[in-house]
Design a protein around this ligand. Structure first.
Ligand SMILES: [Zn+2]
Length: 125
């Protein structure tokens, strides 16, 4: 990893931990995140593991809680009603916004996934 990306990971992890009592992340980075997340372009697989390790020790350092959760269906689940998109209507990498076919809620993809990730984390507490 080049030094500047390590500095970025330090900056991001410190900001996340210092500004939040609880941080929840997917334990494995999904292909979706690899290709679409705003940070993904500068974070390799090694970088993701490094970021998770930084979040973990910084959470201890600052008295915060850091959890990782299974990434299964975090993108494909409606955070409002729990409907899981099936093969037929699964989101592709290009789908940034979608409407739940079950409850009609409009979602911004990453925001919806973030809500699901947080809910999964909270459920483990
Ligand atoms: Zn729904």
């Amino acid at each position: 990893m080049i030094p500047s990306s390590k500095n970025l990971l330090h900056h991001v992890s410190t900001a996340l931990i210092k500004n939040h009592d609880l941080v929840v992340a997917e334990e494995l980075r999904s292909k979706n995140m690899l290709q679409n997340h705003a940070l993904a372009m500068s974070i390799t697989d090694v970088g993701w593991r490094t970021l998770l390790a930084m979040l973990s020790y910084k959470a201890d350092l600052y008295g915060r809680k850091f959890l990782t959760i299974n990434p299964r269906n975090t993108t494909q689940t409606c955070s409002d009603c729990g409907h899981v998109l099936t093969d037929k209507n699964k989101l592709t990498l290009a789908d940034r916004k979608w409407t739940c076919p079950s409850c009609g809620t409009f979602h911004v993809r990453d925001h919806n996934a973030a809500k699901n990730i947080l809910a999964k984390g909270l459920a483990t507490l």
